[in-house]
Design a protein around this ligand. Sequence first.
Ligand code: NAD
Length: 328
Amino acid sequence: MNETLGVAIIGAGRVASAHCRAVKATPGTRVVAIADTDIARAEALATQNECAPVRDYQDALARSDVDFAIIALPHWLHHKAAIDCANAGKHIFVEKPMADTVEECDEMIAAAKKNDVHLFVAHTQRFFASTIAARELLESGRIGKPIFATDTWYKNFGLEGRPAWFLDRSGGGGGMWLMNGAHMIDRSCWVLDSEVAAVKAWIGNPIYNLSADDSAMAFLQLKNGLNISIIHSGYKSGVQKCEVEILGTEGMLKFDSYSNHLEVENDGAYEPIEVTRHDPFQKEVEALAHTIRTGAPLPVSVEWGRHMVDVLCACEESSRTGREVVLG
Ligand SMILES: NC(=O)c1ccc[n+]([C@@H]2O[C@H](COP(=O)([O-])OP(=O)(O)OC[C@H]3O[C@@H](n4cnc5c(N)ncnc54)[C@H](O)[C@@H]3O)[C@@H](O)[C@H]2O)c1
């Protein structure tokens, strides 16, 4: 292990600058290489971060000054890249969703175990300050015992700016469901503190008629007896909304991670609660760096990352068959 942990960023697309910023802000870590098959992208980000651009990520993994790699690739490449990182002896930070199938997750977990490296699945939503504060508020008993949550996210699909892989579910792992369903299932289940027992869902493409979904509704029954409804759409024209609302026996709360908003019901109306903002990406990098240095458990287990993929795929199966799917 290098005294300052060296980081290779694999994939210099939309999310990679957030990773660079997070590594820069985390004491004891630095970006040493950025890989992208589109070398101009790697070069642009590498110039900003004063590190080496490479086209082939294996060249970054071959460097002795790299301790962990951040995989920020199209979903269908998470599996192969994570196994390559493990075989190169590098710890792994993989963006959500962990992979496209549970079988791929199992192979990634096996490769990490075999090579004795940590595998961290970056479910960013639970690292936002307002998500953490919502969970603490619930634990404090302020709204009594939770009953159910509704998680609603409407956003612009942004067709013009989307890469080709995102417009194809079967080959690329694309679509709004894998991209944002992963966030929604993680944040709501984490705040309600439970895995999922069974799902019934509809996932479709009525707006754009692409080979990937643009809209979804899912009903999740949790192992702890609570329920979550998830409503998501990447609209062509609409009003943006991203909010989780929780009903308890003694009140209600709602939060929105991106706008750092948390409100609790008081006497029939919502009142804001102040939450100090922090960078969730930095919290993720700090968590993995801490685990690499101390061996402490990761805040997102590989089993949880795999479970999220299991739930995403179970919802797709339910949508295909029109039936409830019970998770194993
Ligand atoms: N945590 C969050 O809030 C958040 C936000 C956005 C995206 N993401 C996740 O980040 C990942 C990447 O998403 P994105 O929107 O940045 O995608 P993107 O398409 O913008 O970027 C992917 C990059 O990977 C490069 N690439 C493709 N194949 C490659 C290969 N074999 N080797 C090296 N580079 C290769 C592409 O050229 C592209 O620059 C996804 O898992 C996505 O779900 C997470």
